[in-house]
Design a protein around this ligand. Structure first.
Ligand code: 13P
Length: 330
């Protein structure tokens, strides 16, 4: 029996997920791409030249800019839209997507203003339904080139987590299940903020010792935040936490690391954001996290400094001094 999957979002991640899902020939995949010209180009050339150049799309992938055509009769929806645009995209299908259709999110962010995680935005707009999260070290550029990767499928509905595991698994893509959706979502969102810090460190030429310190203490902050809100500490030392943190902080593909690198090299945040392809989720997430931390008195010094560099005009050098000059801790 054919399973029909719809991906909302035609960036690198949405396209790479489609390619992975379409490897199983009984799975039919539609991608909704907001921009009509881009949708037509991808559908006719069978390649997403803007976000995933050089990767040919299988024949069982169909691309459209009509969201209602994309979701028509689908069995599952996969969300690959930047977190800050998720709410407005879901509004487009709130009356047409049946309650029985489960949603799988590959989004890593926390919404500004509401502080909601992607799965919360889904139920806020679409009403209660089964939601799963797919997260972990998974640069789209790598798994689209069929390189091995391992991630987690997380859902309160364990049966859905197992179905997601089956749908996405290939001989090179291994998936574990995890019931801690809150921890998995926060881990994926927060590692982007730490990746910006690591990029700044690279841009300033501070070397590997400083970067390892940022990753290690960054992981402590991620775990402190997640556990405060009820996440499982183990989630943060697993694939969705430490695993994704490592890949995002070291990879040359990492968009968040690149933002940080350019900041550390002296560029302004507005120049960087205007000239970059794709969205670095850590920028907006750092704002949500700083506001949440203030409200709940959470001590997150690295993430706070990233926020101040991005939104308060602090220089990377001053942010570094602010971290190093903190009172000694045991
Ligand atoms: P970037 O958005 O920084 O490229 O990170 C991608 C990612 O989440 C890898 O798992």
């Amino acid at each position: 029996m054919t399973t029909r999957l719809t991906i909302l979002g035609g960036g690198a991640m949405g396209t790479a997920c489609a390619m992975l899902l379409a490897e199983q020939t009984h799975q039919q995949v539609s991608i909704w791409v907001r921009n009509q010209d881009q949708a037509v180009e991808i559908q006719s050339t069978r390649e997403n030249r803007r976000f995933l150049p050089g990767c040919k799309l299988n024949d069982n992938i169909f691309i459209t800019s009509d969201i209602n055509v994309a979701i028509h009769n689908c069995d599952y929806v996969v969300l690959a839209i930047p977190c800050q645009f998720l709410r407005q995209s879901l509004q487009l299908v709130r009356n047409s997507l049946p309650e029985s259709v489960p949603v799988i999110s590959v989004i890593k962010g926390v919404e500004n203003g509401t502080f909601q995680r992607p799965s919360q935005i889904v139920t806020d707009i679409l009403g209660p339904r089964s939601v799963a999260i797919l997260s972990g070290p998974s640069h789209a550029e790598e798994f689209a080139h069929r390189l091995p990767a391992t991630v987690v499928a997380s859902s309160e509905d364990l049966e859905l987590a197992c179905r997601v595991q089956q749908m996405f698994s290939t001989e090179r893509f291994r998936i574990y299940t995890n019931a801690d959706t809150l921890g998995v979502e926060y881990a994926g969102a927060l590692k982007n903020v730490i990746a910006i810090a690591c990029g700044i460190c690279d841009g300033l030429g501070f070397g590997d010792n400083a970067k390892s310190a940022l990753m290690t203490r960054g992981l402590v902050e991620m775990q402190r935040f997640g556990v405060y809100f009820g996440g499982n500490p183990m989630t943060f030392t697993g694939l969705a936490g430490m695993g994704d943190l490592i890949t995002t902080c070291v990879s040359p593909y990492g968009r968040n690391r690149k933002v940080g690198f350019r900041l550390g090299s002296g560029e302004s945040i507005s120049d960087i954001l205007h000239s970059m392809e794709g969205v670095a989720e850590g920028v907006a997430t750092s704002k949500s996290v700083a506001e949440i931390a203030l409200r709940h008195h959470l001590d997150l010094p690295i993430m706070q400094q990233v926020y101040e560099v991005l939104f308060c005009g602090k220089t990377p050098q001053k942010a570094t001094m602010a971290l190093l000059e903190r009172p000694p801790r045991s």
